[in-house]
Write a protein that binds this ligand. Structure first.
Ligand code: ADP
Ligand code: MG
Length: 648
């Protein structure tokens, strides 16, 4: 008798029963225009920067107005274009970002955050296995919610900390250009999911940047090499990106200005840091250096020394460095044999990616080398051997490529290159109201348009003949907090027991952002289609306010949603239990009926009190007790119909 509710992994959702007085005449055919992001950015005068928000290092780049070529921006008192992605929380409660923060990794590891990109859009459950590798504290108060980082006695989300890196880059660009920057393109790994992409966008917003587009890193890298800048390009490329702590291989097909990701593979814990560790191990093996006698500071110092040696080995044959009055030496050959297995692992990932793409090796026309670790000549050599016939692109600075490509994309979005095809995305999610006033998202925000999606629903009350369908836009869990776009009634549903009708709601968003909604009862074929009634698009400020609100209220919203879902499940459970007793009186003993009624009353009381955990407990009690004799009946009747399947 278990009802599959959303928070328990099912996909069925119940629409509220429309009260007769709420039945409205169908709106006249009309169109709603949904404001697509990027619209306002297409004015010619805007300067849009490109940002590579990396795990280890971040950069900001622009198109140089003098040369028309992309260039990475350096800080005001150095020629350094790289900003280490490290954030230190200072004694006086400020954030310090970049090289000076990186120095604090030794002094004050507990308040110095690195690799925060790995935590973006992740729950504690997602990261608990590698938590011990961090010097700072990731908190676990609620395993399913998004992670927070504890710095002193304050808690920060990875979004807030990433925003600090972005603020630093924004500031760097503003100083260099002597003008305010408010728009950016930010890159993410191709495998980033929607939550990670949204988190990146939100970090941009918090940093005061309007994020015109989230671009895949391999796409940016290809653009930097000029691949796909011309609409007539048709090419298949592999992008090999070996950074500080991560390795990504992507196979892209470029055609008609569209970069399609055919396959990705990689290892989120493999990169230049492992090369550094391999050098330390070599020293331990070949000298009397004993790591176990070193304190945390010395270990960190040794690691930095190993990195220094590695970098020098990219242009020298042998390197000797001083550590605690010992001389540590390593030759290029020793280094190569120390990292051979690591490099081989990246090639194994390449093999899997090529296989997944369904291509033959000789169909890959170019290999784009990205990431600081591809400066190691041995890596280039092994990769070119592996991709035999392909042309290797490694003429550009591997640390800068992604940022340079982001700057090109930014320039396109700023409207300076009208010849290139652009695809837009919806800035806010679109969905419908379900039982309990919950928002059920059908088209998630940032979906590329045109987009179609749908889902199946059913009724919650016996004999229900019409359904009110309310369409909303926004990110909050409660529809009252979102923006209502339209409402219509699907009527003429033949009377059936609750749960039996199969109502398919399909959303179709065309390339201009016009939404069409269709509701269809699949058993009877009753159908209603509307072009949603006219609304003016939201302004960018409104979108921003809605996003910030959803961030601010995320915890409260989640609590509201899980309580409401527990109540919905329980109410349905009570209805079906009562029905079950009525229909099966002959087969149940008096004691069984009394016990079921007692458990139902306990559940009702618990609903009145409004504690989610208690409701779930009482629900489980009732389920456990009734399960043995309920299963048979449920199988026969409405059980099958309850499993409304998503048609996405
Ligand atoms: P991410 O994309 O992960 O932020 P990067 O692409 O900036 O990282 O790569 C950083 C890595 O590149 C570090 O491990 C660094 O030691 C390594 N690296 C930088 N310069 C060199 C070099 N000259 N030779 C070898 N490795 C280098
Ligand atoms: Mg990178």
């Amino acid at each position: 008798m278990q009802l599959v509710g959303k928070n328990r992994g099912g996909s069925s959702t119940w629409l509220s029963q429309p009260k007769p007085k709420q039945i409205l005449p169908l709106p006249a055919m009309a169109r709603v225009s949904i404001n697509l992001s990027g619209e306002s950015a297409k004015k010619k005068t805007d300067l849009v920067v490109g940002i590579d928000l990396g795990t280890t290092n971040s950069l900001v780049a622009i198109i140089d107005p003098e040369t028309g070529k992309p260039k990475a921006i350096s800080g005001d008192n150095s020629n350094e274009v790289i900003t280490p992605s490290v954030i230190h929380f200072t004694e006086d409660g400020r954030f310090d970002v970049g090289s000076s923060a990186r120095d604090m990794l030794i002094e004050n590891p507990e308040k110095t955050v690195y690799s925060v990109k790995r935590l973006l859009g992740k729950s504690y459950n997602d990261v608990s296995e590698f938590e011990s590798t961090y010097g700072y504290k990731i908190i676990d108060e609620d395993a399913d919610s998004l992670v927070k980082i504890k710095l002193g006695d304050r808690f920060f989300s990875p979004i807030e900390l990433s925003a600090e890196i972005l603020k630093e880059l924004k500031h760097k660009a503003e100083k260099h250009l002597n003008q305010e920057i408010s728009k950016a393109v930010i890159t993410v790994p191709a495998y980033f999911n929607d939550a990670q992409r949204q988190a990146t966008r939100d970090a941009g917003k918090l940093a005061g940047l309007e994020v015109l587009r989230i671009v895949n890193e391999p796409t940016a890298a290809s653009l930097a090499y000029g691949i796909g800048q011309d609409k007539s390009t048709q090419k298949t490329v592999a992008v090999y990106d070996l950074g500080g702590g991560t390795f990504d291989i992507s196979i892209l097909r470029i055609e008609d200005g569209i970069f399609e990701v055919l396959a990705t593979n990689g290892n989120t814990f493999l990169g230049g840091d492992d090369f550094d560790r391999a050098i330390v191990s070599h020293w331990v093996r070949s000298t009397d250096l004993d790591e176990t006698t070193l304190d945390a500071k010395q270990i960190q110092k040794l690691r930095l020394l190993a990195e220094e040696a590695k970098k020098r080995l990219s242009s020298q044959e042998t390197v000797s460095l001083e550590f605690e009055s010992k001389s540590l030496t390593i030759s290029r050959l020793d280094f190569e044999s120390s990292v051979n297995a690591l490099v081989q692992e990246t090639l194994d990932c390449c093999e899997r990616a090529v296989k997944d793409s369904g291509l033959n090796m000789d169909e890959i026309e170019e290999v784009v080398m990205v990431g600081g670790s591809t400066r190691t000549p041995y890596v280039v050599q092994k990769v070119s051997n592996y991709f035999r016939s392909s042309k290797i692109d490694n003429s550009l600075d591997p640390d800068e490529i992604v940022a340079l490509g982001a700057a090109i994309e930014a320039d396109i979005l700023a409207g300076n290159r009208r010849d290139i095809l652009l695809l837009d995305v919806t800035p806010l999610s679109l969905g419908i109201e379900t039982l309990g006033g919950l928002m059920d998202v059908i088209i998630p925000r940032n979906s590329r348009v045109p987009f179609r999606a749908g889902r199946n629903y059913t009724t919650s009350i016996d004999g229900q003949v019409n359904l009110k369908i309310s369409v909303f836009q926004g990110e909050r869990d409660q529809v009252t907090e979102n923006r209502k776009l339209a409402e219509f009634i699907l009527n003429g549903i033949p009377a059936m027991p609750a749960g039996l009708p199969k109502i398919e709601i399909a959303f179709m968003l065309d390339a201009d952002g016009i939404l069409k909604v269709r509701a269809k009862e699949l058993r009877s074929g009753v159908e209603q289609t509307i072009d949603v009634k006219p609304q003016y698009g939201l302004t960018d400020e409104e979108v921003e306010t809605m996003l910030l609100d959803s961030l601010k209220n995320a915890k409260q919203d989640m609590e509201y949603r899980s309580l409401q879902e527990a109540i919905n499940e329980s109410e349905y459970l009570i209805t079906t239990t009562v029905k079950f007793i009525e229909n099966n009186q002959g087969d149940l003993t008096d004691e069984q009926v009394t016990e079921i009624n007692r458990l139902v009353s306990a559940l009702k009381e618990s609903i009145a009190q409004g504690s989610k955990d208690d409701i779930q407990q009482k629900q489980d009690d009732l389920n456990v007790y009734t399960k043995p004799f309920a299963e048979e009946m449920m199988d026969k009747s409405i059980g099958k119909a309850l499993k409304g399947k998503s048609i996405q």
